[in-house]
Design a protein around this ligand. Structure first.
Ligand SMILES: C[S@@+](CC[C@H](N)C(=O)[O-])C[C@H]1O[C@@H](n2cnc3c(N)ncnc32)[C@H](O)[C@@H]1O
Length: 278
């Protein structure tokens, strides 16, 4: 697995078949992200409220392996939308991710289309969606490009459409660990984009977002799983856990996440939603 290149290039290298083991270790802890965000609001009401003619067309931006729609289904979305057809277009620059997400979709979801492209590069003739969401999806979009990315996502919605971005703040494990890792082991890495940068970009694009912040802790007793999780957090599996624990800002950060030999990581995540003027 290549450890060099921009954050975006390393993300793409990990969202591939060779990265499957790392992805599985990551989700041993990160599945909690999806439980928390699904519990954070009434997504079925969002879908029902933006449907037309018995269907709602959704753009899933950076669909990854489809954990968000899978958790919605697990929590009873089909019953809650009561016969509504939820047609989802899967967008991701990784073909592996699009195939993974497509393979887990269950009713009420059906695949409407696929777009193997970065959100910044989505062709201008793709649009008119009733809803678009990006859930823990935009960290690898370079801060310098988040403006273009959010403008494109916003423009892909129809008048009256609904947008949602779920994204960690600078106070969360994801951003704090990435920053400490960059300072200690990867000074040339492009920083992760934060929730505040996403919000600013949406405002610059003409959206009027409103935000709810959720906080929770994730953890695991098995060091090997924690190591895989941490490596995947930064798309870099070159540094083993015992080295992370003993060096620089990463060592200090990890010391604060350990109690009685067990790791717990505090997450702080913004659920950012907006509606396009009708
Ligand atoms: C953590 S996953 C997203 C999880 C997903 N929302 C879910 O429900 O499982 C991140 C995804 O972002 C994709 N990605 C990276 N850069 C991107 C970009 N510029 N535009 C769109 N997707 C991107 C990656 O290929 C990866 O599949």
């Amino acid at each position: 697995m290549p450890q060099h290149g921009t954050t975006e290039e390393r993300s793409l290298a990990h969202w591939a078949e060779e990265g499957r083991a790392g992805m599985e270790a990551f989700y041993a802890l990160a599945l909690e992200d999806y439980r928390q965000m699904v519990a954070a609001r009434d997504w079925a009401a969002d879908l029902r409220g933006h449907a037309r003619g018995g269907r709602v067309r959704v753009l899933d931006v950076a669909c990854g392996s489809g954990k968000f729609p899978a958790e919605l289904v697990r929590r009873g979305l089909a019953e809650a939308v009561d016969g509504l057809r939820v047609e989802v277009d899967l967008l991701d620059p990784s073909r592996f991710s699009i195939d993974e997400a497509g393979s887990v979709l269950r009713p009420p979801f059906v695949v409407g289309g696929t777009h193997e492209v970065r959100i910044q590069d989505l062709p201008g003739d793709v649009g008119g969606f009733d809803a678009a969401w990006a859930t823990h999806a935009l960290y690898a979009v370079p801060p310098a490009e988040i403006g273009a990315a959010m403008a494109r996502m916003h423009a892909a919605l129809r008048p009256g459409g609904f947008g949602a971005v779920v994204h960690a703040t600078t106070g969360s494990h994801y951003l704090r660990f990435a920053e400490a890792f960059r300072a200690t082991f990867a000074p040339d890495a492009v920083p992760f984009t934060s929730a505040a940068q996403v919000t600013d970009a949406l405002v610059a694009a003409g959206a009027v977002p409103s935000t709810t912040t959720i906080r929770y802790r994730v953890g695991h007793p098995d060091r090997e799983v924690v190591e895989g999780f941490l490596q995947r957090c930064v798309f870099d599996d070159s540094v083993p856990l015992d080295r992370m624990e003993s060096e620089g800002a990463v060592g200090e950060y990890l010391a604060g996440c350990r109690a009685d030999g067990r790791y717990g990581f505090d997450q702080e995540v913004d659920v950012i939603v907006w509606e396009v003027a009708a």
